[in-house]
Design a protein around this ligand. Structure first.
Ligand SMILES: [Zn+2]
Length: 118
């Protein structure tokens, strides 16, 4: 499970790095006076920045999962402390809550920024 998480973390870091590179590319392209796709470029920058934000959260969640492996709390729901469904953990290895609590948690924070359901 730890290896699985590490792999996922690595994947996210790589995707994230690629998105960062692309973002850098777009930003330097913008400084080019001959670059004419300003609006489209701005949209792409926004999309990539949002993606980077999602990646940051995912990394944070994975790090939290590592901590929980260390303390032996991994796999237990953060809210109700019941065991998280293994199928859910397989699909979302850094899930911190069982499906029920995650739904409740999300409903409770609809006003906050959206992110991956944990
Ligand atoms: Zn729960």
């Amino acid at each position: 499970m730890k290896r699985h998480l590490q792999r996922r973390r690595q994947q996210i870091l790589e995707t994230s790095r690629r998105a960062d590179d692309e973002l850098d590319g777009l930003r330097s392209a913008e400084r080019d006076p001959e670059f004419e796709e300003g609006a489209q470029n701005e949209h792409a920058q926004y999309t990539l920045a949002a993606l980077t934000d999602v990646h940051r959260r995912e990394i944070a969640a994975i790090d939290a999962a590592f901590d929980r492996i260390e303390t032996g709390e991994y796999g237990a729901c953060l809210d109700c402390e019941r065991e998280i469904d293994p199928k859910r953990l397989h699909a979302l290895p850094y899930a911190l809550r069982c499906a029920d609590c995650a739904t409740r948690h999300e409903r409770g924070m609809v006003t906050e920024t959206a992110g991956p359901s944990l």
